[in-house]
Write a protein of this length. Sequence first.
Lengths: 309, 260
Amino acid sequence: MGFFLETLIGGLMAGMLYSLVALGFVLIYKASGVFNFAQGSMVLFAALAMARFAEWLPHWLGLDSLWLANTIAFVIAGALMFVVAWLIERLVLRYLVNQEGATLLMATLGIAYVLEGIGTSLFGNNIYSIDVGMPKEPVFILDGLFEGGLLINKEDFIAALIAALLVGLLALFFQKTTTGRALRAVADDHQAAQSIGIPLNRIWVIIWFVAGLVALVAGVIWGSKLGVQFSLVTVALRGLPVVILGGLTSIPGAIIGGLIIGVGEKLSEVYLGPMIGGGIEIWFAYQLALVFLLFRPQGLFGEKIIDRV
Amino acid sequence: MNHQIGDVILDLKNVSLAFGGVKALTDISFDVREHEIRAIIGPNGAGKSSMLNVINGVYRPQQGEIILRGEHFARMNPYKAAKAGISRTFQNIALFKGMNVIDNMMTGRNLKIRSNLIQQAFWWGPARREELAHRAKVEEVIDFLEIQHIRKTPVGRLPYGLQKRVDLGRALAMEPSILLLDEPMAGMNVEEKQDMCRFILDINDQFGTTIVLIEHDMAVVMDISDRVVVLDYGKKIGDGNPDEVRASPEVISAYLGVSH
């Protein structure tokens, strides 16, 4: 029982991180109906900015506080993501209003290459580390209840907590504020939103900025686990099965989809692994996504696509 | 309240619009006076919806200009139009399907909202007070359109006739000075049509809103409009009050004389 719970909790925590990546996709898809291929590049760009500024700032300003350097670096990286969002709207999206989905998709593919190129030329393409002072050592909890207690990775726990908090705040923002309502309106119907005076351009800057912030948080968390390197781009791939499972249009879907995949991966690895050989963790999410594409293509919480014939 | 029909508020001059080789509108001029109900009629494909889309800036005509309250607009766009007090409904209802009726109508208040993103994010005093004031305004529109019972229903679940009414409600929530209605009664049954007619007349009468409408139902158009423009194949073939239009031989051969 203790071992099962331990695996379950490990899965939930990993799942929360997948949700965070998936959230980036969902936000942009909701607001502009486009699948953003550049999400992974945004994670890389943000993480690179964060890592390098945290490294440079102590030299430039003579800071000796790690905490302060990290905070300032985080703010600068956040500001950079705003500039990125503004430029993307200004140079790309503005010219593609009311275009086909495929056109926008290709445009985001272009954005991905440009961001990767600019990011690595500005910040370098070695492996950098982000040290935000996350506790690395695992702890035992509930040792009164189970023999030996449950072994929890503190770093994962804090990361999951941050991710959950961010997801919750964003959901509230979307539901409760006037701007959130305008964002949802744009997501539903560009033309109608424009005709009642919702400024499409500003909404797009806001949504890409929010997606950029989500990418930054994901970049910091994954970057401090895996190191900041080019392969961070592929972190976004982990979000793909999550959005297929949860539905591209649903924020709760991204959360629950992430949790299901996190838990599914870990449990199947531990309990099915010995029977059919290990390595299930690597392909489990994609197989599950495939099943969903066959039987429920709109995902668990996505809007069912009904077209008038 | 009595709103006398006033001066020209919207003037379209020599508007031509083409999509590639297809001429949707050819050299069309007409004006709309303040507080009047102006109808645009014509057979299918005559360019009625294109005309409305030009006024509201969805389409940009190759030639011609739009003069709104004396101001010339060479390049109109939907956002500018909305800011200038023009709101519209759509032929194929374009509501935000995932939202409920109140939220849909609250989006119509978007231009009037002054609080900024940060105030909203923290539900700060001004943002909250503002939200409540706008909500009160929306409730007035809901009462006016007699849709109290469906306030919290997601619009995707409503029957067609009611969706049309919510679409009108969202446009009204903007407190427009000019309201463009694209076939407000298409696909409705007799009872729903009567309701819609009553609302259109009441809006015009109580708020003094200028209304430009496209409608297929001739009886309705002749009954409620002050003046009518007739289009056929993108050209204007008639303009005047309902009696004049009804008597025009060109209009009769192009439209009224043709059995459907």
